[in-house]
Design a protein around this ligand. Structure first.
Ligand code: COI
Length: 355
């Protein structure tokens, strides 16, 4: 069939040629969905064993109206990016981290999960099959979105009788419409993102719709996003809707510790390690809001967001401005991380997988 021969062509190793790009306006990519050709799907029944997965053309998913994911939110997602190098290779970053985070989340939501090997192999297959949708170097990345969901039908509250792991992909550019401009963040003092003992520390789909209201409110007032505070005391920093947060004071870089209410970001972890390697003192701990307001510099990290400088933070009627630009710590760390991800800086950490 046409799909089969397109797939065969797309997955041929070293098939890169200049003319093998999808028709996309590479100069105007935002963070919107531009579906790439193939979706990877792998199913599993209640025995917990995932079968052989397969790539098929992008299209709608068929689900029972009583699927657990639709009714009770039994679902997880992940996010990772493929980078195209100048010489046409595809690079993937720390996939094992996404794979093990999905395992952790699956355990919390009573779902079986693909093995680390199955996860990594499936992401590689998906990236390779959709290679022509990977933007040219410097124009963006192929964002890869694995999902794990209770797809089987259920009415009483219980784990689903069947699970689906699927992966789709889309070329993307900058996450925020501000592009690379510093973000203006509003400190949310009514709503919370997560509570102790809840699901804030896993990438549950249920963590994301509840932030929309606060985000929409802040966006309508001209802010880029909101920062959440801990729900117990409304005092310590948690995270931003779509990313983790860091602050810089002198030579010390701090970020909230992952204590179950904060998403353990792959970019967060990587920036902590890179900063330590480059002589910064890095602290993962509880950070009171006062300290944030007193920082030299603030930045956000995430797979989608990258390393995004924060220009201003607003809390109630207080507004603080921070250092941004060439001389900033976030710029330094971002350059190193991007250099590694794009193959420009040698990967001495074993973080990069080439496919
Ligand atoms: C990512 O950074 O990849 C995420 O999953 C965050 C999402 C809100 C885009």
């Amino acid at each position: 069939s046409q799909a089969a021969s397109a797939l065969q062509q797309a997955t041929k190793p070293n098939s890169y040629r200049e003319d093998e790009y999808a028709k996309v306006d590479w100069d105007n990519l935002g963070f919107g969905i531009t579906p790439a050709d193939f979706v990877y799907t792998m199913k599993c029944s209640i025995d917990g064993k995932f079968e052989q997965g397969e790539l098929a053309p992008y299209g709608n998913v068929e689900l029972s109206p009583s699927a657990a994911v639709l009714n009770y939110g039994q679902g997880l997602y992940e996010g990772t990016k493929a980078y195209r190098t100048d010489d046409g290779r595809l690079l993937l970053f720390r996939l094992d981290r996404n794979a093990s985070r999905m395992k952790m989340g699956a355990d919390r939501l009573c779902m079986p999960c693909p093995s680390i090997y199955q996860f990594v192999d499936a992401v590689k297959q998906t990236a390779l099959a959709n290679k022509r949708w990977t933007p040219p170097p410097g124009k963006g990345t192929l964002y890869i979105r694995p999902l794990l969901m209770g797809s089987g039908p259920i009415l009483g509250l219980a784990p689903a009788p069947e699970y689906t792991f699927l992966i789709y992909a889309s070329p993307v550019g900058n996450y925020f419409k501000e592009g690379l401009k510093p973000l203006s963040i509003y400190v949310e003092d009514e709503f919370h993102r997560a509570t102790r003992g809840g699901a804030g520390g896993i990438k549950s789909i249920t963590n994301y719709a509840p932030v929309l209201k606060a985000m929409a409110r802040a966006k309508s007032r001209g802010f880029s996003d909101v920062l959440y505070l801990d729900s117990a005391n409304k005092k310590n920093l948690e995270e931003v809707s779509s990313c983790n947060i860091f602050l810089v004071k002198g030579n010390v870089i701090s970020t909230p510790a992952t204590n179950g209410t904060i998403l353990p970001g792959v970019t967060r972890r990587s920036i902590v390690e890179i900063a330590r390697d480059h002589g910064y003192q890095v602290e993962e701990r509880a950070i009171p809001l006062d300290e944030l307001m007193d920082a030299d510099e603030v930045f956000c990290t995430g797979t989608a967001v990258g390393v995004a400088p924060v220009g201003t933070i607003t809390y109630q009627d207080r507004r603080v401005e921070y250092r941004v630009g060439e001389e900033s710590v976030s710029r330094e760390l971002y350059s190193i991380l991007e250099g590694m991800k794009t193959g420009v800086i040698e990967d001495k950490k074993g973080w990069i997988t080439e496919i």
